[in-house]
Ligand binder design. Sequence first.
Ligand code: NAG
Ligand code: NAG
Length: 299
Amino acid sequence: MAICNPSSPSSSSTSTSTKAWIIHTLAVGAAAAVALGAHAYLYYRRSGKFRSRVIGIIPARFASSRFEGKPLVHILGKPMIQRTWERAKMATTLDHVVVATDDDKIAECCRGFGADVVMTSESCRNGTERCNEALQKLGKQYDVVVNIQGDEPLIEPEIIDGIVKALQAAPDAVFSTAVTSLKPEDAFDPNRVKCVVDNHGYAIYFSRGLIPFNKSGKVNPQFPYLLHLGIQSFDSKFLKIYPELLPTPLQMEEDLEQLKVLENGYKMKVIKVDHDSHGVDVPDDVDKIERYMREHNLH
Ligand SMILES: *[C@@H]1O[C@H](CO)[C@@H](O)[C@H](O)[C@H]1NC(C)=O
Ligand SMILES: *[C@@H]1O[C@H](CO)[C@@H](O)[C@H](O)[C@H]1NC(C)=O
């Protein structure tokens, strides 16, 4: 029965070396994180600027399968894209705000209310690629790029500032984003993306399914589930390689772009905010948001 004997020399030596390996790996990881943190901190102290040059980009396209011409739809008398832009301009961490679009009507409308516009090609497959192309075309150096989705016209400037500051304070992360409390009725809605984070506020996983999943199979009314908000900010060096990273299995299975970041081993910082999400995805959402704005005296 030597095989089953837990104290046989071979099995104990295996377990010792396994433990040693784990401890070694943890120590190396921690040392690297400390070194990186210290480097960033010294850099910050010396120059007063770590990831300090920040641009907000609002990607906007005219064609949309679910809502043609969405950025130009009027919400209480103002184009939706203008409302998003006005909110973004109130953020104190952004040095510059631009609209990135492939559409002349959108460009003309935005210039009309005073926005800077960068024309991008129609071949951009998603907002991230559009942000990346806009960044190249601007030709100016920025350290951080905030992707401000045009379909959240009530985005609070404080949330934009919050994710920028989170990325500036986390040199080991390349990406930052925000979550808010998930409403129980959204638990099983696959369009509402859920997120789980570690003790230090780094993302562990995002899913269209409910995570974590209670053993009972039901929503646990006591658990603080997190809803992912569309806004994200990137280290600009990472943004250049992000679209070129090959699609990854979990990303493809869930159809969630951000999983590619985690699957490639990059870190993502997540902040928790209070935000009543009023995204405009389909024409019906316009009525809903207008009703909400009237009720809350927002104009
Ligand atoms: C699941 O949810 C219930 C409440 O509905 C809670 O009491 C329990 O601790 C949760 N976890 C497990 C493993 O059941
Ligand atoms: C944008 O979409 C393309 C095609 O769907 C995908 O391969 C790519 O990963 C996406 N971009 C990013 C930055 O993930």
